[in-house]
Design a protein around this ligand. Structure first.
Ligand SMILES: Cc1cc2nc3c(=O)[nH]c(=O)nc-3n(C[C@H](O)[C@H](O)[C@H](O)COP(=O)(O)O)c2cc1C
Length: 369
């Protein structure tokens, strides 16, 4: 190996890789809503990156079981990811009449799928205070989170357990708020990213900066390591993120498209199809702004977005049609989360993807050197 080659391969030795014990600073983005999988986490962590499991839809006992299942398969570091309570998400209010009125709007979709309308549940989503206890007990190497800043008590308990905390920012002010609270690292989440816009200081609609503009601003605004997310799917994206001040990248859509993820075959195949050229931000599937492939339900309910119930009510209702829509191959009625870089995807296996990203980034940086 020449001196230049040695220097080039230094790109992998960042503060994030050192602190998280990674051989390559690539983080598999966590997926909420049941799309993360133990297989995906194990594949990425074993390839030297950081596998992440989104546990925000799980009850405390399931979080403990998930961490144990990952540990049975790998000794490598991994992340568990939660959504923090935001606005009234822990105690969403909707009267029986409002709930019934809302279902009238969605009734035609239930009818198309031969489904009965669901009854209002006693609880729409698992409770954060129970989830966080389970996560702290599980002691993952990393606790990553979205929609705000955890309490000082939770951050202190992470420190005592040597759990590294990683928060997400969609604006420089959010990154500063995370740093000032004592969070260890920040994900700069550009608006190209698949899934939810996780803004917490201003509305998501007011925080739509792309990765290319957001990342250097956040790198200038904070001293903690910055992880770039949104629109990165190949070596060019990784090299650009490093140039713009990132210490690591967090890649979602490209890993979601791999066979190891828990996304349906229908969803994964669409990510490799011409449909992947068209994504949009929508509140239709969850009551919160998120990016997915454009489809009929998104289009038809667009006019009602401002009147839909808030998260987690709308998320719960939309999830009640998910299994039937999937079983019936109805991509027009499913949330098909995707980022804007899906047309760049090539790989369908997570280890192959991680290794290709590592080798191709090294080769690209060598050419540039
Ligand atoms: C289906 C899906 C679900 C996601 N769920 C979460 C989540 O629960 N928590 C989180 O921190 N990020 C979540 N994300 C964001 C990813 O972890 C990652 O930051 C993002 O996908 C990166 O942008 P990219 O899709 O352009 O690669 C999700 C992304 C997708 C595509």
């Amino acid at each position: 190996m020449s001196a230049t080659d040695r220097e080039v391969s230094m790109w992998k030795n960042t503060e994030v890789s050192r602190r998280l014990r990674l051989s390559v600073p690539i983080i598999q983005g966590p997926f909420g809503g049941g799309l993360s999988s133990v297989d995906l986490v194990v594949a990425v962590s074993e390839a030297g990156g950081l596998g992440s499991f989104g546990v925000h839809h799980l009850q405390a006992a399931q979080i403990r079981e998930t961490a144990a299942a990952i540990r049975r398969r790998t000794q490598r570091p991994f992340a568990l990811n939660l959504w923090l309570p935001y606005q009234d998400s822990e105690n969403p209010q909707i009267s029986d009449q409002e709930f019934a009125k809302h279902l009238t709007l969605l009734a035609p979709y239930f009818k198309e799928l031969n489904l009965d309308l669901p009854a209002k549940p006693a609880q729409f989503w698992p409770r954060y205070d129970e989830q966080i206890e389970a996560l702290l007990d599980a002691r993952p190497a990393v606790f990553s989170f979205v929609y705000g800043v955890p309490s000082p008590e939770v951050l202190q308990r992470c420190k005592e357990r040597e759990i590294i905390t990683v928060g997400a920012a969609t604006t420089p002010d959010e990154a500063i708020a995370l740093e000032q609270a004592g969070v260890d690292m920040v994900v700069a989440s550009g608006f190209e990213a698949g899934g939810h816009r996780v803004s917490f200081l201003r509305s998501a609609e007011d925080s739509l900066t792309g990765t290319f503009a957001l990342l250097p601003q956040i790198a200038d605004a904070v001293r903690i390591p910055v992880i770039a997310a949104g629109g990165i799917a190949d070596a060019r994206g990784i090299a650009a993120a490093l140039m713009l001040g990132a210490d690591a990248v967090q890649i979602g859509t490209a890993f979601l498209a791999c066979v190891e993820s828990a996304a349906s075959e229908l969803h994964r195949n669409l990510l490799f199809s011409p449909a992947a050229k068209y994504t949009a931000l929508t509140k239709v599937f969850s009551g919160r702004l998120a990016r997915g492939l454009h489809n009929r339900m998104m289009q038809e309910l667009k006019a009602y977005e401002s009147t839909l119930p808030r998260y987690p009510i709308q998320y719960w209702v939309a999830s009640t049609i998910k299994a039937a829509a999937q079983a019936q191959g109805r991509s027009d009625l499913l949330a098909l989360w995707s980022g804007q870089s899906a047309p760049l995807l090539k790989h369908r296996r997570a280890q192959e993807l991680t290794r290709a990203l590592e080798q191709e980034t090294t080769a690209l940086l060598q050419r540039m050197a």
